[in-house]
Design a protein around this ligand. Structure first.
Ligand SMILES: NC(=O)c1ccc[n+]([C@@H]2O[C@H](COP(=O)([O-])OP(=O)(O)OC[C@H]3O[C@@H](n4cnc5c(N)ncnc54)[C@H](OP(=O)(O)O)[C@@H]3O)[C@@H](O)[C@H]2O)c1
Length: 281
């Protein structure tokens, strides 16, 4: 991993931070993306101190803004001429309906549409790697997800779990569709479920306290380090070299929901996402 350039979104907290630490221990250049400069800088300093690895960069980007994503990509292109691993890890669970800067329902915006645009903008650098990997952190919540094409932004009936599950199903559909479209381009694309992980994810950002429902799950949840293991495996292991279009749990390929294999839904979501983000793949 010595010469690899690895970008991890949402790297200042939880699973992303733990993955960044594990990857930093394997060397290479780690680029941590954080939406907040202060939180990102604190995490970067902590990781440098803990690992002794100096090549840890920090770049800010709010995935809730298409303009910010485009600016991030432009800055990234100025700094790096190649990208070997893109880890679309950042994700959020919001309790009340919110919208991104572009008027998207927040969870579909941050968890799917933002990473969709980001990936399209970085594809040229991934192609230069020769053997690049894209990893999308989804969730078992995709199992109860449905893409609501008639109300993608859930204006008619918002429910945080319906929204989260839709966005995480979108991660799996995007992974499979991108993998099909990149076939033969030297880039693999895989998704994963990290497990039930104790992180800031369970926090209600309005109160900065753990959500009472998710808090129950914390009793059986695993550490971010354990939760990051499948991400690190997909980013580095020779076992998955050349393998694409999979979904992994505890480092093992698993089947996903019936809806996730529907290629018509995947193609339609691709078109809708392209239209909304003006992404060019
Ligand atoms: N924890 C679980 O049990 C679990 C289970 C299944 C899947 N997942 C998935 O795992 C991924 C990581 O979650 P986690 O558990 O590590 O939660 P976390 O500790 O809350 O970390 C999420 C990261 O995403 C960042 N983020 C949120 N909104 C963003 C935005 N608009 N732009 C850029 N970055 C943004 C957060 O930044 P801030 O620190 O600024 O908020 C944070 O760095 C998510 O995709 C989540 O859906 C988690």
């Amino acid at each position: 991993m010595k010469d690899k350039i690895i970008l991890i979104t949402g790297a200042n907290s939880g699973i992303g931070k733990a993955a960044a630490e594990a990857l930093a221990r394997m060397s290479g250049t780690i680029v941590m993306m954080s939406r907040n400069l202060q939180r990102g800088e604190e995490a970067r300093r902590e990781l440098i101190e803990r690992t002794g690895h100096q090549q840890i960069d920090l770049m800010t980007c709010d995935l809730a803004s298409l303009e910010d994503i485009r600016k991030f990509s432009s800055d990234f292109h100025k700094k790096y001429d190649r990208l070997d691993v893109l880890i679309n890890n950042a994700g959020i669970f919001v309790h009340e309906r919110m919208e991104t800067a572009d008027g998207f329902e927040y969870q579909i915006g941050v968890n799917h549409l933002g990473p969709f645009l980001l990936t399209s903008l970085l594809l040229d650098l991934l192609k230069k790697s020769g053997e690049a990997r894209i990893i999308n952190v989804s969730s078992a919540a995709h199992l109860i997800g449905k893409i609501n094409f008639d109300d993608l932004h859930l204006e008619k009936s918002y429910n945080p779990w319906k929204s989260y599950a839709q966005s995480k199903l979108a991660n799996v559909l995007f992974t499979y569709e991108l993998s099909r479209r990149l076939n033969g381009d030297g880039i693999t694309v895989n998704a994963l479920h990290p497990g039930l992980v104790k992180s800031r994810f369970s926090y209600d950002r309005r109160t900065e306290k753990p959500d009472s429902f998710i808090k129950l799950g914390e009793i059986i949840s695993i550490t971010p380090e354990k939760g990051a293991e499948t991400t690190v495996f997909l980013a580095t292991s020779p076992e998955v070299s050349g393998m694409s279009g999979g979904y992994y749990v505890r480092k093992k390929a698993k089947r996903t929901s019936k809806a996730s294999y529907d290629q018509k839904t995947a193609a339609k979501l691709w078109d809708v996402s392209t239209e909304l983000t003006r992404a060019k793949f």
